[in-house]
Every structure is written in structure tokens, then in C-alpha cells.
Design a protein around this ligand. Structure first.
Ligand SMILES: C[S@@+](CC[C@H](N)C(=O)[O-])C[C@H]1O[C@@H](n2cnc3c(N)ncnc32)[C@H](O)[C@@H]1O
Length: 860
């Protein structure tokens, strides 16, 4: 029977001394495979070494007691079983050497010895020490000079060799060791080994994986360690962490630490919505959102929470669950496709001034320091002077504390970069046709900082040199003009260099001044960003030369086709629509008022200027001013237009009114039952022409107009009515002939005029179009009124002689006038009358009779 002495912490089985014990219990033990309580060899190396040692072993010490996980192998039985070494020094020496051995067969521990690919085992074999146990012991562990194990062994050997029973035992032990090859045995070994390796019960209760713990402790070999590191790419966090770890690794190389430290587990708290704040609502201003956020705790509507927060509320409502927030591990729940690794990308986390750039910056730096005077309740919101000027607040230029101030985006970014991958929030992806791109791994609020565009800051000369010499064969450029005379070359730079162009971008690249230094960063656009979205901004690309022009593959509706500069607004003012010119003017004025406009020192297209133009406050003011100006203008335009139309229509109406007294007119009017005409003058301006006709019921006067009710539609449809005619078709004469006579003398405007002159001195007038408000903005109703009470309200209206518009004249006068009147001057619609005495249709060979009617010459 062979047993190995064990220690709960011992992983150094290589140094296990296998002793034969000739105790009285020996007889009761079988020589078969080791009992379940025995401590097995815990590595292939152990087995191998046992086997290799088996034939040579002369002294075998057998312990009576088998150690338990918590037992320290200092049982009295052991000391009893070694009478040859009464002093405890040799035993202590053995324990110490055991503890120093760290190589372990992790595959067996992990229960994968059977299924482990041979390749791995072979690889692992290289890390396991083989051969003579003593040799190995000597090689791997420096034996303390005062602990002379070899000597002691020799001593015991000489003692044991003399005993044939011991020899027999040794032989049996060797045989037993040879038989230990079954998988069952391995399982047992594993269990015991795990039990020994640090208290399984404790580990489990702490929520740790025992196998992992065992692996951690045993994986001291550098090769094994490196395999661990390279394996789980999901463990990788953000860049800063990676770098820290690299540094740690370097340190480790030097001092060879005992255990491998795995990376910290990352947790995803909110799934796809990570980064969204509960109190945030994109429709509101930042200030209002902040206020809502603060008020949220005090007063919250829990009846219908967003699905996203329903769980949170449930958890909160159950006091037992309050301290158990809902979490998912990052590497279990990663909603995005695999992130890619970019070869040859030299990362820089900060800007680095190259060559003369630094001096140039200092020289060029004007006295452009900004300062804000915000109060805590403002929180450096949209009205903060620093913010408007794209300066980051800090202790030197802002009276608020960091907690109170909301204008420290770069500080916020720095803080976020220390968190896990989701906090950092961006990663490289592969795109279709555009090479690499960057996508969001979390949500970003509108105008929230996303990532800094950092790299090497170079002068223009240096840029030209690099373009000609270094990047002449490149297809991708990472150069960004960011100050008058400086360029950021992010060929070595942050992840922002991979952000692609889009003609309808969701982000903006904006230059800020932070601590007196210029810095560029990508900010979310006004829509905000959702998890998984590709980040883009408008490059406003300057291709330098024609051969550098590239096709744009952004795939948006408004794609410009090439990576080129933004199209300029039409220079010719005449080409621009009036409202757009007006808006541009208003914008310019506001920019002048708030600075950064035409008179500002910054370059015309500098991001700073763009930022000012885009700042929320400016936007709001611009929008307000623009909308007001546009509204006023639209109103003026509409009024003018309407007046014009009304004037035209009024005149036409008056002309036709006269005609309407004719027979044809009456016929036409009978056929007219059309709806009230509506003239659209502009998108938002509707002019309703309405004729108010006052017709005395008792005695309708000749020439007075009244709406026609039963005009057959086919007459209108089938005939070629002019617009004016169509309008006029609604009116018919209210002459007495209407009922009694079918035919009436032709009345022309001229005849009306002259008739009117002779009429009584009564001054009648058909009022021209009257402007009246209808209520809706931009919509006016224009009424044509005949009533005397109504006054002429449109001064622009062309003055119409009273005589023309008089609708109340006597039929006798009219008829008499017509008799004298020259025919053929009425602008009546032609070709619409089948019968009657139309001027144009005056049939040849017909003459008027005394009543003014046509009849054949013969008849006359
Ligand atoms: C700053 S890099 C962006 C990262 C780049 N896609 C990469 O793989 O490294 C700019 C280059 O990306 C490519 N690119 C960016 N946006 C593009 C787009 N909308 N269409 C086509 N190519 C684009 C162009 O080749 C451009 O020169």
C-alpha cells in the first residue's frame, strides 16, 4: 500500500516522499489501488515520477492518517511511523519544499484529463517536470542547507532495507502506483485535490468557481498564464485598462508573481439602454432634464414606468430585493457582434505636440481665456459663457464645484474611460465598403461627449511633408484641421480616427479649449445615439487634389456622392428663396450679437464657430427670431399677394357683373352652382373670395348680383370658361327680366359706366376685396362685399369708379344705354353661349329690333 502525505495547501506533490510504513495497520489494508481517502498524486508529473521512482524506492513511509482539507499533516502517526527520524526537523523541511512547488496538472483538476486534446496535454507536458523526483526537487527547489533530506533518506534507507517486510511493502506500493490509471481514480484525485486546495465549501459559499480558484493558484507557469490571457478577449476592457495591465504584466515578468490575477468581471446593468438616465427626456433642455432628475426621487410616477425601468421599480418595491440590483455579466450579454482587432494601430490617448506645433500654439494663442459667472442653480447649463465659447469649465474659470457644474465634458470622459467597456462606450467595427468604423456600445444623450479625437498635433508644413512622403500611398487619411495653422494627425491616435463620414451624420466633431489647450472631440448629435449605432460625422472633407477624391458610401438620402466639402449655400441672393435669405440674415445678426459671427477672429469654418452656431441657446434664439421674422414676412407677402389677387378678381368680377345682366350671362349663371372659389396663394395662405350680395327681396334692381343656385354643372364643365368667367358664373343678374324675360339687352361695362353717370346721384359702390382675419396664422379671408355698410379697407386696391360698380340702376336706363352702345367691346367669355345676343356671337345678317333683340333682317 502506498500513500502520499498531503498538506491541505500542498500542490507540490513532486516532492512527496513516498515512505513505506511497516505498521500494524498494514495488514488490514489491501494492496489494491489507493483507497478513496488516500491523497493521490496531483499531476501527471507526480504519477510519472512515482512510476519512475517505484523501482528504485527502497524506503517507503506510510502514514496512518490521511489528511483532510483542514488538517495539517502533523499527525502523531506520522512521527510514530518514522522512528528513524525522531527529530521533527526533516519533516518540516519536507513540508516547506512542498509548498514551494507550484506546478500542477490543471487538466486533471478541471476534470478534463480524459477529454483534453492531446495537443494541450503535450503542451502541458512540457510544463510538467519529469524524471527523477530527487533530481527534479533539487533542480526546482533550492534545498535549504540545514535541511538535508537526502541525507536523512539515506539514513532511513539503510534502516529500512534491513527489514524485509518493508521491502515487501515498497514493492506493493510501487505496484499500486502503477495500477492508478483509471479515470475513476482521476476523478477521486480531482475531488480530493480540490478539497485540499483551499476549502471548497468556503469557496462555494463565496460564490467563486472552485476550479477557477484551483487554476489560479496552480497556473504559475508563464506559458499557461499567457494562454489564459490570450483566451478571453471578452474580458478585455477599455484601452486604459489594457495599458495598465500591460504595465502590470511587465512588472510581473520581472518578479514572477506566484498567482495569475484574472481580469475583473464586468457587469452590464441596463442592457441596450446602458447610458440612458431615467430622468432624461430628449425633448427637454438640459436644465429641465436636470431639474426633472432631481425631482424624480421626491415625486415619481410609478404607475406606468418605462419598460426599461419596470424591473427596477419592482425590485425597489420588494424590500428583500432592494440590495440586489439586476445585473448581467458583460461577457454573457453582449448584444453587439464581435469587436474587431486592428493591426498596426498605434494608440495614443492624449494629444502630442510635434515639432514646432507647440510653440506655434503658444504664439498664436490670443488672450482668449473665458470665464463664467454661473450660479449653482444654473449649473453651467446652456447659458454658461464658457460653454457657449466651447471652453471647458475648471477651477480657474468657473465658480462652481465639479458636482454643480455641467460643463466639464472632457473631465466626464476621463472618468468614464476608467469604467468598463460599456462606460467607455465605443468600439471598432467593420463596415461595408468603408473599412473600419466605430459603433456605440451604449446610449449617448444629445450633445454628450463620446470620444476625444487625439493624435499628433502638427503644423501645416509637417502635414504637407507627411502627405508627400509618408502617406503618399495611403487610402485612408486621419488628418484633421483643427486650428488655423495646426492639424491633428491621428494616424497614431485614439479610436475616434476610425469614425467614418456621413452626409447625414449623427455626431459632430467640435473643438474645445480645455485648460488652455485645444482639444477635439466627437459629440452626439441632436438626436442622441442608441446602442449599436455606427458613429459618423460630416468630414467636410478637403481632398487636396482631384486624385484624392473618394466616393462616398454613406448611403444616406442626401449623400453628396463624394467625400468632399459641404456644398456652399447659393451666393446669388436672387436664387435664394425669400424666407431662406431672411433666415440667413437673422442668423447672421444673431451671430453678430452673440459673437463668433462675421466679425469673430476664428476662421470662417472653424469648429468653434460652428459650435457657437450650434449651441443650444443660439439655436433656440435663432429659431425664435427666425420664426418670428419668417412669420411676419409671410404675413406681409400673403397680404400683398392676396390684395393683388383680390384686386384682379374684383375687377374681373365687376366686368363680369355687367355681363351677367346679359342673357348669356343669365344662362351661365343659372348653370352655376359651383363651390365658393378658393385661391391658394402660398402654402399657408388661403384666400377665400366671398361675395356678399344684398338683394332687396321686394324689388330686385336690375344689375344687382345674386348667387346662382341651379347652374347645371355640364354647362360649366363642357364650356371653355376662363377663370374669371368661372368665378363670375356664380353670379347672375337679378334684373326683373330674370323671371319674366328670357332675353335682355347686352350690357357692357362701358354701357354700365355711362349708364351710371346718368343715373341718380346716389353713390353706390361694390366694395373691393376686404381683408379680414380668419384666426389661423397666415390665413386670410378676403370678402367682396356689395353692402353699403361695408367700407373699402384695402388701400392698395385699384380704385374702381362708382359707376362701374353700381349694381342698382334702373332697367330702363340700362336698356336705353344699351341701345346706344356700340357692341363688341364686352370681354365676355366667348363660345359659351349657344343662343342669345352675345357680342362676339352676333350673327351676321341679324339686326336688333326696337327692343334690342336680334332678329333677321328680313323680319326687321
Ligand atoms: C478617418 S478614416 C476612417 C476610418 C477608415 N474607415 C478606416 O478603415 O480606417 C477616413 C477614411 O475612411 C474612408 N471613409 C470614411 N467614410 C467614408 C464614406 N462615407 N464612404 C467611403 N469611404 C469612407 C475613406 O477612405 C477615408 O479616407
Amino acid at each position: 500500500m502506498a500513500e502520499r502525505s498531503t498538506s491541505p495547501l500542498s500542490t507540490g506533490s513532486l516532492h512527496s516522499v513516498v515512505n513505506a510504513h511497516a505498521g500494524k495497520e498494514l495488514g488490514s489494508r489491501t494492496s489494491s489501488a489507493s483507497p478513496p481517502t488516500s491523497t493521490p498524486p496531483t499531476s501527471l508529473g507526480d504519477e510519472a515520477s512515482i512510476l519512475s521512482e517505484a523501482g528504485k524506492m527502497e524506503v517507503i513511509e506510510t502514514r496512518e492518517e490521511v489528511s483532510t482539507p483542514h488538517a495539517v499533516p502533523t499527525s502523531p502517526a506520522v512521527s510514530q511511523s518514522a522512528p528513524e527520524a525522531p527529530d521533527s526537523a526533516p519533516r518540516r523541511a519536507i513540508r516547506q519544499t512542498r509548498q514551494k512547488v507550484v506546478t500542477y496538472n490543471v487538466q486533471i483538476l478541471a476534470g478534463t484529463s480524459i477529454h483534453t486534446p492531446t495537443k494541450y496535454l503535450e503542451k502541458h507536458h512540457e510544463t510538467v517536470v519529469h524524471g527523477d523526483i530527487q533530481e527534479v526537487t533539487r533542480k526546482t527547489t533550492p534545498t535549504p542547507p540545514n535541511k538535508r533530506v537526502g541525507k536523512r533518506r539515506t539514513k532511513s534507507e539503510s534502516a529500512e532495507l534491513a527489514d524485509p517486510a518493508d521491502q515487501q511493502l515498497a514493492t506493493e506500493a510501487a505496484q499500486a502506483a502503477q495500477r492508478r490509471t483509471s479515470s475513476r481514480l482521476n476523478t477521486d484525485l480531482r475531488r480530493v485535490a480540490l478539497g485540499n486546495s483551499g476549502g471548497v465549501a468556503n469557496t462555494l459559499s463565496a460564490g467563486k468557481n472552485p476550479v477557477q480558484s484551483a487554476l489560479k493558484r496552480s497556473a504559475s507557469d508563464s506559458r499557461l498564464r499567457s494562454s489564459f490571457r490570450s483566451r478571453p478577449s471578452k474580458f478585455k476592457e477599455d484601452t486604459s485598462e489594457d495599458e495598465d495591465e500591460e504595465e502590470e504584466e511587465e512588472e510581473e515578468e520581472g518578479k514572477e508573481p506566484e498567482y495569475f490575477k484574472p481580469k475583473t468581471k464586468q457587469w452590464l446593468k441596463q442592457g441596450l439602454y446602458v447610458g440612458q438616465e431615467r430622468g432624461f427626456d430628449a425633448r427637454f433642455t438640459e436644465k429641465r432634464n436636470r431639474a426633472r432628475r432631481e425631482a424624480r426621487l421626491a415625486k415619481e410616477n410609478k404607475v406606468l414606468p418605462l419598460p426599461l425601468f419596470a424591473t427596477e421599480i419592482q425590485l425597489e418595491s420588494n424590500p428583500r430585493l432592494v440590495f440586489k440590483p439586476f445585473k448581467l455579466p458583460f461577457d454573457v450579454y453582449n448584444p453587439l457582434p464581435k469587436k474587431v482587432k486592428v493591426d498596426g494601430w498605434v494608440k495614443l490617448n492624449k494629444n502630442r505636440f510635434i515639432g514646432d506645433a507647440s510653440a506655434l500654439w503658444r504664439r498664436e494663442k490670443h488672450d482668449d481665456t473665458a470665464r463664467c459667472f454661473c450660479k449653482p442653480e444654473d449649473g453651467c447649463g446652456e447659458t454658461c459663457h464658457n460653454r457657449i465659447m466651447a471652453y471647458e469649465c475648471d477651477a480657474t474659470n468657473c465658480p462652481l464645484t465639479p458636482d454643480q457644474c455641467n460643463n466639464r465634458p472632457f473631465a466626464q470622459l476621463k472618468k468614464r474611460a476608467k469604467g468598463n467597456g460599456y462606460d467607455y462606450g465605443v468600439e471598432v467595427m467593420e463596415t461595408e465598403g468603408k473599412g473600419y468604423g466605430v459603433r456605440a456600445m451604449r446610449c449617448f444623450e444629445p450633445h454628450q461627449i463620446i470620444v476625444e479625437y487625439a493624435g499628433e498635433i502638427i503644423t501645416q508644413d509637417e502635414c504637407e511633408r507627411r502627405m508627400k512622403q509618408v502617406y503618399k500611398k495611403d487610402k485612408c487619411y486621419y488628418l484633421m484641421s483643427f486650428d488655423n495653422k495646426m492639424i491633428i494627425d491621428a494616424t497614431r491616435g485614439t479610436i475616434a480616427r476610425f469614425v467614418n463620414h456621413s452626409c447625414e451624420p449623427n455626431c459632430e466633431m467640435i473643438k474645445w479649449t480645455v485648460g488652455g489647450e485645444p482639444r477635439m472631440a466627437l459629440f452626439a448629435g441632436s438626436r442622441g445615439i442608441m446602442t449599436g449605432e455606427e458613429l459618423t460625422y460630416d468630414y467636410n472633407f478637403d481632398p487636396f487634389s482631384l486624385k484624392n477624391i473618394q466616393e462616398c458610401r454613406c448611403g444616406t438620402k442626401s449623400c453628396r456622392g463624394v467625400l468632399g466639402p459641404k456644398p456652399k449655400k447659393p451666393a446669388n441672393h436672387e436664387e435664394r428663396s425669400l424666407p431662406s435669405a431672411l433666415l440667413a440674415g437673422a442668423k447672421r445678426k444673431l451671430q453678430d450679437v452673440f459673437g463668433g459671427g462675421r466679425g469673430s477672429e476664428s476662421a470662417p469654418n472653424s469648429p468653434k464657430k460652428r459650435m457657437i452656431g450650434n449651441s443650444a441657446m443660439t439655436k433656440a434664439r435663432n429659431a425664435l427670431a427666425m420664426s418670428e421674422a419668417a412669420r411676419e414676412k409671410a404675413q406681409r407677402e400673403a397680404a400683398a399677394h392676396a390684395a393683388q389677387i383680390a384686386s384682379r378678381e374684383n375687377r374681373a368680377m365687376l366686368r363680369h357683373k355687367a355681363l351677367a345682366t346679359s342673357k348669356r350671362g343669365r344662362l351661365l349663371h343659372k348653370a352655376s352652382n359651383a363651390a365658393r372659389p378658393t385661391v391658394r396663394t402660398s402654402k399657408k395662405t388661403v384666400i377665400n373670395l366671398k361675395r356678399k350680395v344684398t338683394v332687396p327681396k321686394a324689388a330686385s334692381k336690375p344689375g344687382a348680383l345674386k348667387p346662382v343656385k341651379n347652374m347645371p354643372s355640364k354647362m360649366v364643365r363642357g364650356s371653355k370658361l376662363s377663370k374669371g368667367a368661372l368665378l363670375m358664373a356664380r353670379y347672375r343678374s337679378a334684373t326683373p327680366e330674370e323671371s319674366s324675360e328670357d332675353e335682355s339687352p347686352n350690357i357692357t361695362p362701358a354701357s354700365l359706366r355711362s349708364a351710371n353717370k346718368k343715373a341718380s346721384g346716389k353713390k353706390n359702390s361694390i366694395k373691393p376685396l376686404r381683408l379680414s382675419k380668419v384666426g389661423k396664422l397666415g390665413q386670410r379671408t378676403f370678402e367682396v362685399s356689395d353692402s353699403e355698410e361695408e367700407t373699402d379697407s384695402d388701400s392698395e386696391e385699384e380704385e374702381i369708379p362708382d359707376s362701374e360698380v353700381d349694381g342698382e340702376y334702373g332697367s330702363d336706363v340700362t336698356s336705353s344705354r344699351f341701345k346706344d352702345k356700340k357692341r363688341g367691346s364686352a370681354p365676355a367669355p366667348r363660345g359659351i353661349h349657344k343662343t342669345g345676343a352675345g357680342v362676339a356671337k352676333n350673327p351676321r345678317g341679324r339686326v336688333r329690333n326696337a327692343k334690342g333683340r336680334f332678329e333677321s333682317k328680313a323680319k326687321a
